[in-house]
Write a protein that binds this ligand. Structure first.
Ligand SMILES: [Zn+2]
Ligand SMILES: [Zn+2]
Length: 130
């Protein structure tokens, strides 16, 4: 049993809030630090790494070279807003049917895929139209 850690508790809490889908360590640290009155990067990192080891969160790649993490759920794709950078989950797997076509075209056996849609989120498009 790891010793109790307020940072870890906060990180777990943040991952279960519905307002945000993916978190980078930086983003987690900012919020944890604000609510606990200070938290260093390495303890936030350790908390996330521990959750990843336990299979509670997955690391996802959004093509910006940063590590992002999300709660482990059923497979789904992501869409990112070009304007505010918000990332949300796209329910279901859109590529299920494409997989066999890609396999027969390339001869590869596909084990996973990552797909990121880009666009403008409803909030940002509402702002732009004002
Ligand atoms: Zn947006
Ligand atoms: Zn996701």
């Amino acid at each position: 049993m790891a010793p109790p850690s307020p940072v870890r508790d906060e990180v777990r809490l943040l991952f279960s809030t519905p307002d945000r889908h993916v978190w980078s360590i930086d983003e987690l640290q900012q919020v944890v630090s604000a609510s606990l009155g200070g938290a260093d990067y390495s303890s936030v990192f350790r908390a996330v790494a521990g959750m990843q080891r336990e299979g509670l969160v997955d690391r996802i790649d959004l093509g910006d070279g940063k590590a992002h993490f999300e709660l482990r759920e059923d497979h789904h794709e992501h869409i990112r807003c070009d304007s505010c950078g918000r990332v949300v989950g796209v329910p279901g797997c859109i590529l299920e049917n494409a997989t066999s076509a890609v396999e027969s075209d390339t001869g590869f056996t596909i084990t996973s895929h990552q797909l990121l849609f880009s666009g403008i989120c409803p909030d940002c498009s509402a702002t732009a139209h004002n």
